[in-house]
Design a protein around this ligand. Structure first.
Ligand SMILES: Nc1ncnc2c1ncn2[C@@H]1O[C@H](COP(=O)(O)OP(=O)(O)O)[C@@H](O)[C@H]1O
Ligand SMILES: [Mg+2]
Length: 320
């Protein structure tokens, strides 16, 4: 049986600047099965959010443009769908939790009203029972009471649960969570991560989690995509990548993350900065920071090589 939910191939996205068009995502490929949790990991600016929002064509046409690629979701080619049909997929079949979404709740409306409105906005069947059962799905106890309460009457942790309820009440097939823990208190992070895990286990909803934090990826994901300079540079299962990272960039990320976790006096960090899209050239974007660079690394963007079920974009893995 075909268990594939989403397949993204050769996605390239540009933004319009005063100086012209600049490509920021130069090669994004991803495939996701039903029920899978996949992570997209990379430093800030590597193209994670732009890739994920392009899947749903969330940017306005006068701001950015999709230069190439296909996005197949449940057999539908999303980039070819008219806007009216895409609208029925957004929020309904695919939910997107935005980075810094801490203000997603309206302080002046009761929880019950806010959740009912999500259903109405998506033209889905509404009943109080659906709202109550979603509240209990996200771990709210006194659901009848909370239904009539307002955000300020609830704790931060409960409000996080309500925001998650807003995203899953339409029973989407896919939830994209963009840095869901970066703008919240450390004490609430585990609640959100555990909730995502629990919902995935109970409902088989697939999850894409975008993060710059290796620990978050390790806690949640089965599989991981590593991005750098607008390119996917490595893909594999979490275990494979941790045991034996292929790409020199992934290796460095793991060393940095474990130095931070160990609480080293001097935390190991990567020297230099990733290139901005204005600096992208026809070469490996990591070349100038790479400790194992070869002369060929600056003559062309490395292609993606498949090694078993893993992928890596590094010429050191080309057969010689
Ligand atoms: N609205 C925009 N206009 C112009 N450039 C943008 C816009 N949004 C993102 N970019 C650029 O695209 C690149 C990738 O950004 P993004 O996908 O947000 O990175 P990440 O999510 O990995 O931190 C960055 O260089 C960023 O400056
Ligand atoms: Mg981002």
């Amino acid at each position: 049986m075909n268990n594939k939910l989403l397949e993204v191939t050769d996605l390239k996205v540009s933004f319009y600047h005063e100086t012209g068009k600049v490509q920021v995502v130069r090669g994004f490929d991803m495939s996701l099965d039903n029920g899978e949790i996949i992570g997209i990991l990379g430093e800030s600016g590597s193209g994670k959010t732009v890739s994920a929002t392009a899947i749903l064509k969330l940017e306005e046409d006068d701001v950015s443009c999709i230069d190439s690629g296909t996005v197949i979701f449940k057999g539908l080619s999303l980039l070819d769908l008219p806007e009216t049909e895409l609208r029925t997929i957004r929020g309904n079949r695919i939910s997107y939790i935005f980075q810094n979404a801490s203000s997603a709740l309206n302080p002046y409306k009761s929880i019950g009203k806010q959740l009912s409105e999500v259903l109405k906005n998506h033209k889905l069947r509404y009943s109080k029972e659906i709202v109550l059962s979603t509240l209990s799905e996200v771990g709210i106890e006194d659901v009848e009471m909370v239904y009539d309460m307002y955000p300020f009457q609830l704790s931060g942790g409960q409000n996080q649960r309500i925001m998650t309820a807003q995203c899953i009440i339409s029973k989407p097939d896919l939830l994209i969570a963009d840095e869901p823990t970066s703008s919240i208190d450390a004490s609430l992070r585990k609640i959100v991560l555990d909730l995502l895990k629990e919902i995935n286990r109970k409902t088989n909803m697939s999850v894409i989690i975008i993060t710059h934090d290796f620990d978050v990826a390790k806690y949640l994901c089965n599989r991981l995509i590593i991005m750098y300079g607008g390119l996917v540079v490595e893909e594999g299962t979490i275990d494979e990548i941790f045991k034996d990272p292929f790409h020199p960039y992934t290796k460095e990320l793991i060393v940095c993350a474990s130095s931070l976790t160990r609480g080293d006096d001097i935390v190991y960090t990567l020297e230099g900065f990733p290139p901005t899209p204005f600096e992208f050239g026809n070469e490996c974007p990591f070349a100038n920071r790479c400790k194992v660079r070869l002369p060929e690394c600056t003559s062309g963007i490395p292609r993606t090589l498949e090694i078993g079920k893993r992928k890596v974009r590094c010429i050191r893995f080309e057969e010689r």
